[in-house]
Design a protein around this ligand. Structure first.
Ligand code: FES
Length: 168
């Protein structure tokens, strides 16, 4: 039984469940063992074949990818360590950056640090950036969607050739 399944069986749901799922993350964690919970509390599907992302939108050539400098994070999508990034709706935290495969099948990235208070509790949830500390909600482009989010959120560009993902 996963932690998610255990918490659900214990009666937790919605925001309380999300808070519990993210409450045990240490600052030095390489990534969160993320689980995306859709509004109906189901997980979402996959977008992979044999370790290579094929159905993601915006894939560029390896040559184009290699031209990108000043990268903030570089990820081997063929590695099992990053399997969550091959699931639509999945996200991981790498080098203080939240990276997600959005519901529209594109990779997106934002800082894990909220602009309300400097808490590193940003996640991808319900197709928005969401802070589990006090509920700040940001659009995928970083625009604030409620009071705690009025300062906006730093978002990054992401590029992939289907095997390597670069945040810059
Ligand atoms: S620290 Fe993110 S909402 Fe308060």
């Amino acid at each position: 039984m996963t932690r998610y399944e255990f918490l659900k069986s214990a009666g937790f749901s919605g925001a309380a469940l999300m808070a519990l799922l993210t409450s045990c993350v240490r600052e030095d964690d390489k990534y969160v063992n993320a689980l995306t919970v859709a509004p109906d509390n189901t997980t979402t599907g996959t977008a992979t074949t044999a370790g290579t992302v094929t159905s993601v939108l915006g894939i560029i050539t390896t040559e184009e990818l290699n031209k990108i400098t000043s990268t903030k994070a570089k990820i081997d999508l063929t590695s099992a360590n990053y399997a969550k990034l091959k699931t639509v709706g999945g996200y991981m935290i790498v080098s203080n950056i939240v990276i997600a495969l959005s519901k529209s099948n594109t990779y997106i990235a934002a800082t894990v640090t909220c602009s309300h208070e400097p808490k590193k509790q940003m996640i991808y949830y319900n197709n928005e950036w969401y802070c589990t500390a006090h509920g700040a909600r940001f659009s995928l482009t970083g625009a604030g969607l409620n009071g705690n989010a009025r300062a906006g959120l730093k978002v990054y560009k992401v590029a992939t050739d289907g095997k390597t993902l670069v945040v810059y």
